[in-house]
Ligand binder design. Structure first.
Ligand SMILES: *Cc1c(COP(=O)(O)O)cnc(C)c1O
Length: 392
């Protein structure tokens, strides 16, 4: 038997003990299995629809819609970031953020239940609302800001929080809302997409589920769609897992592996992008044509007080409004370092006039800017030049 045959018998290997507590250390090592001589540090993607399985069909790996060793590594990585050192937290990866969101809502709610959603959250939530209502679930909504969801919690079975909200960047007090929801017997889920696990740990703030799109800053290169759910309640997570199995909303092994590789640079990207976002916000707010500038990291932002209590980093998204739709379009056209694109969190800056989609309650000139990893001086110069050029 060769050396490598004796190792890794459970397919994914045992996770390594946490050797450090810094975010950078944790990110580069997250989810790596015990090293195996002559094997890569991060094992390559396992392409398998089914696994060799003679005799009694026991796990961990039987059929590719249920489990895959590449997911196992990625799930451990995300779990180590969402809930460091907490072995009771389970993480499940999905084909997209929406697959993860739907898995929680549709696995936890039944006809007659009440769900509370934000009215200023991700743009697909209204579609989800329609589907929940079609299944006989009552949906109430309230704004994220001012913890307004508190007012509609009575009788709720599940509270869905998105903080900071996308695209308005309002923040709510997760601990306060979670306590109020739990006192009424409701489960609490937080969409952690914008913050990433390095910016905010919803499970530590009292949430039952931390749910996110890994498509954004978690993976950061704009080349992978991914989602995940992390939770501590074994029964609730078993229902989420069952939902993944019956809907089949699973990530491909290649996507899962790319995501895991990308997480190694999460702390570098997040620190760079978020620091630049603050510089960009400071530069833009000095401009007379800009109103409603929002960035939770700005000390005088309406979100800052609560954000500074529950977040460790404030994200890479800055939003603001230009006087007219035409001005916003000219501004976006004039940018050279900022690509016109939806989505956010990538290493290359992107921006869009959010009103072009309809749906979000935002002014016509509202721009959502996702700050990338370019040099801050270059980016600020490009933005200020585009503002000048678009004035005429
Ligand atoms: C993008 C996004 C989603 C959906 O994620 P996908 O990976 O596109 O399915 C959900 N919530 C928020 C806050 C998002 O920004």
């Amino acid at each position: 038997m060769s050396e490598s045959d004796t190792d890794n018998r459970d397919g994914a290997g045992t996770p390594r003990p946490d050797p450090g507590t810094g975010d950078g250390t944790r990110a580069v090592r997250a989810g790596l299995p015990e090293p195996v001589k002559h094997e890569p540090t991060l094992p390559g993607p396992v392409f398998a629809a089914h696994f060799h399985l003679p005799g009694e069909p026991t796990g961990p790996y039987t059929y590719g819609r249920d489990e895959n060793p590449t997911w196992t590594h990625l799930e451990r990585a995300i779990g180590e970031l969402e809930a460091p050192g907490q072995d009771d937290v389970e993480t499940l990866v999905f084909a997209s953020g929406m697959a993860a969101i739907s898995s929680v809502l549709f696995s936890q709610l039944r006809a007659g239940d009440v769900a509370v959603l934000p009215d200023d959250g991700y743009q697909a939530l209204p579609l989800v609302r329609t589907q929940l209502e079609a299944y006989g679930i009552e949906v109430r909504t309230a704004p994220t800001g001012g913890d307004a969801q508190l007012d509609v919690l009575d009788g709720a079975g599940l509270l869905w929080i998105e903080t900071p909200s996308n695209p308005g960047l309002d923040v709510c007090d997760v601990r306060r809302l979670a306590d109020a929801a739990h006192a009424r017997g409701a489960l609490v889920a937080v969409d952690n997409t914008l913050a990433t696990p390095l910016g905010q740990r919803p499970l530590d703030l009292g949430a039952d589920f931390s749910v996110a799109s890994g498509t954004k800053q978690l993976t950061g290169h704009g080349d992978v769609l991914l989602g995940y759910v992390a939770g501590r309640d074994a029964e609730a997570m078993a229902a989420v897992r069952r939902w993944r199995k019956i809907v089949g909303a699973i990530p491909g092994p290649m996507e899962a592996w790319l995501a895991h590789r990308s997480i190694a640079t999460l702390q570098l990207r997040v620190d760079r992008q978020n620091a630049t976002a603050l510089k960009v916000a400071e530069a833009l707010r000095a401009r007379p044509e800009i109103t409603g500038l929002r960035y939770p990291g700005l000390p005088d932002d309406p979100s800052h007080k609560i954000a500074s209590q529950q977040m460790r980093r404030y994200g890479c998204v800055v939003s603001f409004t230009l006087p007219t739709r035409a001005r916003a379009d000219r501004f976006l056209d004039a940018l050279r370092l900022v690509e016109g694109a939806t989505s956010f969190g990538g290493v290359r800056s992107t921006a869009e006039r959010r009103g072009r989609w309809g749906g979000d309650a935002v002014p016509e000139g509202f721009v959502r800017l996702s700050v990338g990893a370019e040099d801050p001086e270059d980016l600020v110069a490009d933005l200020l030049r585009a503002l000048e050029e678009s004035a005429g």
